[in-house]
Design a protein around this ligand. Structure first.
Ligand code: UDP
Length: 343
């Protein structure tokens, strides 16, 4: 079984990817310092793997500790690098936290890949690199826009760092995956989204309001130039997203890449407005959500959705789930996650 190191592998997308890799015959180990994930999630992961999940509790900004993982695992054939801070509003308030972490840990991972001869990297990037583009749907060749927030800038910088690294190291291969809006959870409800810091993402906020952990929620902006005035996003089910990583690592291991640094959008290719996402939740669950219409939120782009031709054709990846599957699985997880979040 080929060994893959998944950084941030106890986090939201990381944990689902560990499970998908394992379902597809890989041995996935993780490096996660639990700065925004819960130790107990390893129980859920282990249950789905049918064996104890191996995690290194390491902050990847610590080069020595990161090197130790590679020293102890000389059979790692690829790294999937998720570990990063990910919240737009928090990044606007605390940019240094974002630059310090998201850039330093990437540099350390690259340095270790070089030192320990690990030739394959999958990088978690984001559609935030496109900024407030009018060019919809966005293709991978749509150029970077002005970053709307420091989080987005760390992803732009991360991509550029990897590109330069690939130029300097022609035998190194990287795939940059630009996620649109991941949401939902594993169908078993054994794992799901459970961050330590306050979640500011739309779908978990919807489920937290519905279950009563929050009194109400606000739709941020109803005066955008979109079909109902609220922002448009391309919501992608986390299991579809996780599977794209398995496809991407297989793509590199089977040497199907044409260049040593390639980029793919990962969305379903359809825009859904914030109000439509709320309505999908209400329809699937029969719950009337307590929400109000409010002002725009700093850092938001009006509308963004993906052209997914490249990921479908080249990676052979087909997302299978829609917004209703997303909100249904998110709701199931909300109803099941108390074992994880309550101590
Ligand atoms: N959003 C909202 N109310 C909330 C949280 C998010 O209206 O309580 C909107 C947000 O303004 C954006 C969309 O939902 O238009 C998706 O935001 P999220 O933070 O989930 O992801 P982002 O697109 O910022 O990465």
């Amino acid at each position: 079984m080929k060994k893959i190191l998944v950084t941030g592998g106890c986090g939201y997308i990381g944990s689902h990817t560990v499970v998908d890799l394992s379902d597809n015959g890989f041995n996935a180990i993780s490096a996660d310092d639990f700065s925004n994930s819960r130790r107990k999630i390893t129980n859920g992961i282990s249950k789905l793997l049918n064996k104890k999940h191996i995690n290194y509790e390491v902050n990847l900004c610590d080069l020595e500790a990161t090197e130790k993982i590679f020293e102890e695992n000389p059979d790692i054939v690829g790294v999937i690098h998720f570990a990063a801070h990910i919240y737009v509003p928090e990044s606007v308030e605390n940019p240094i936290k974002y630059f310090r972490n998201n850039i330093n840990n990437l540099l350390n991972v690259l340095e270790c890949c070089k030192k320990y001869n690990v030739p394959n990297l999958i990088f978690s990037s984001s559609c935030a690199v496109y900024g407030n583009t009018k060019d919809l749907p966005v293709t991978e060749s749509t150029s970077f826009g002005e970053a709307e927030c420091p989080y987005a800038r760390t992803k732009q910088m991360g991509e550029e760092i990897i590109r330069d690294f690939c130029i300097a190291n022609p035998d190194f291969n990287a795939v940059l995956l630009r996620y649109f809006n991941p949401a939902g959870s594993h169908e078993s409800s054994e794992i799901g989204e459970a961050p330590i810091v306050e979640n500011t993402h739309l779908v978990p906020i919807i489920t937290e309001v519905a279950i009563g952990h929050r009194k109400s929620m606000t739709v941020f902006g109803t005066d955008y130039n979109t079909r109902d005035g609220s922002c448009v996003r391309d919501f992608i089910h986390v299991m579809d997203l996780a599977h794209a990583h398995t496809k991407a690592i297989q793509y590199l291991l089977n040497q199907r890449n044409e260049q040593n640094c390639e980029v793919f959008n990962l969305g379903i290719g359809e825009g859904v407005t914030v109000l439509e996402a709320i309505k999908a939740f209400e329809k699937v669950t029969g719950i009337d959500l307590n929400y109000s219409l409010g002002k725009r939120r700093a850092g938001d782009v009006a509308a963004i959705y993906a052209d997914t031709t490249a990921s479908r054709n080249k990676l052979g990846w087909t997302p299978k789930r829609n917004i209703e599957d997303i909100v249904k699985s998110a709701w199931d997880w909300e109803n099941n996650k108390s074992w994880l979040v309550e101590d």
